[in-house]
Structure formats: C-alpha cells, structure tokens
Design a protein around this ligand. Structure first.
Ligand SMILES: [Zn+2]
Length: 86
C-alpha cells in the first residue's frame, strides 16, 4: 500500500492561499462584484486577476492546469472577511 506522505495538492493550495492573505491581504483589491486582483507571492510585481464565480485566475496554474490556485483561495478569504457595503 502506498504511503500518503505527500500533502493533498488542493489542501496545500488552500494553505498557501491562507498564507498569501495573511502576508499580502492589504494588497488584495476588489475590482468587481466577484473580481479581485491578488499579488503573486513568488513573482514580485506580478498581479493575478481572480473571478470567484468562475473560480478562475489569470496565473499559469489556473490557466494551463485548470486548477484552483492559491490566489483564488486568498481572494475567497478576502471576500469572506470584507462584507459588502451596499
Ligand atoms: Zn492564480
């Protein structure tokens, strides 16, 4: 039986999203009802566009692998913490 020593990739991304929000939360900006701009942790100066309805991000992880990346998780946390002011 294979050992499960490698963390689940989805869980890892969720943890990274949480770390990203903790470190760069102030730089995560809402640009539309469900759209956010999230800074990249690994590439300084690079920003990713996130659509929470589609679960889409403009970074290569999301575009080429069709996976939910850490930016989407970070934007979800930001969205949950910042309640709508309307
Ligand atoms: Zn991304």
């Amino acid at each position: 039986m294979a050992k499960r020593t490698i963390a689940n990739p989805e869980t890892t991304r969720e943890v990274r999203g949480r770390d990203l929000f903790r470190e760069r939360g102030s730089e995560i900006v809402r640009v539309g009802p469900h759209c956010w701009v999230v800074p990249s942790r690994t590439k300084p100066g690079v920003e990713c566009g996130v659509d929470l309805v589609l679960g889409f991000c403009t970074c290569p992880v999301s575009v080429y692998n069709h996976k939910v990346c850490s930016h989407v998780f970070a934007a979800e946390i930001a969205s949950a913490k910042r309640t709508c002011r309307s």
